[in-house]
Design a binder for this molecule. Structure first.
Ligand code: 4NP
Length: 150
């Protein structure tokens, strides 16, 4: 799960997916990263922590890190939150196989639309809740697609 800062959107997607994988006894490794280096080592944004907790998803234990080319070796799916994340991640791809791993996270919910998860960083708590609902739906769609759950 990749966004810009790794303190709002991608840690939420990471935490939601971790929670659902655990609840369903599925087997997968999940992680998140930001394309920027602004917030390395930091916990998620307090507004995102608060919003996620309100809906039963713990994310406060996650720590921000920067996306690196090594991530192409470590992961099968690299899911970006917006177009600028896509460009930044694709710029680090070294092979066509690397490029193919990169997809828009919301494409699981809205196939082939390259829809973006809006960045709530400069928004209100209402924007954080809207992001939660969207990412919650998209993680359900992702699990159905990747784990063939009904
Ligand atoms: P994120 O949100 O990419 O969803 O983690 C942002 C967090 C921080 C900044 C921008 C977006 N920032 O400019 O510091």
């Amino acid at each position: 799960m990749v966004c810009l800062g790794n303190i709002c959107r991608s840690p939420l997607a990471d935490g939601l997916l971790l929670r659902k994988i655990k609840e369903r006894n599925l087997n997968a490794q999940v992680d998140s990263a930001g394309t920027a280096n602004y917030h390395i080592g930091k916990a998620p944004d307090s507004r995102m922590i608060k919003t996620a907790a309100k809906f039963g998803t713990p994310i406060e234990f996650l720590r921000a890190r920067q996306f690196t080319a090594q991530d192409f070796q470590n992961f099968d799916h690299i899911l970006v939150m917006d177009q600028s994340n896509y460009s930044n991640v694709i710029a680090l791809a070294q092979t066509e196989a690397d490029q193919k791993k990169v997809n828009f996270f919301l494409d699981y919910l809205y196939p082939n639309q390259k829809s973006e998860v809006p960045d709530p960083y400069y928004g209100t708590l209402k924007d954080f809740e809207a992001v939660y609902q969207l990412v919650d739906e998209a993680t359900d769609a992702l699990i159905q697609k990747l784990f063939h759950e009904q």
